[in-house]
Design a protein. Structure first.
Length: 97
């Protein structure tokens, strides 16, 4: 197993563990900075795999009470409010991520 496979495995174990990064890193002898680097790479790799598999990245959108107002919430926490009913513009907002 090469280093990236090993680190990606550890990152997935950490995500499932419910531990903080520092709690997880200490017994594994990994610095938090190094672990943060690999966690970012693993997240990007997972996103690219999802894009290749289905052509889309899951983006949650929520329609507000007004029928022409939308909020698009990206997985990275950014939220975009859009008022209007132009589906082409809404589609472009979704593709931004």
């Amino acid at each position: 197993m090469d280093q990236s496979e090993e680190m990606f495995k550890l990152v997935r174990e950490w995500r499932e563990s419910g531990l903080s990064k520092s709690e997880f890193c200490k017994p594994h002898g990994i610095t938090i900075a190094k672990f943060g680097y690999w966690a970012g790479k693993e997240k990007l790799a997972a996103r690219l795999t999802a894009e290749k598999a289905g052509g889309f990245v899951q983006v949650s959108g929520q329609q507000s009470a007004s029928s022409d107002s939308y909020q698009v919430a990206y997985p990275n926490g950014v939220k975009v409010n859009y008022q209007g009913n132009d589906l082409a513009t809404l589609s472009q907002l979704i593709k931004l991520y």
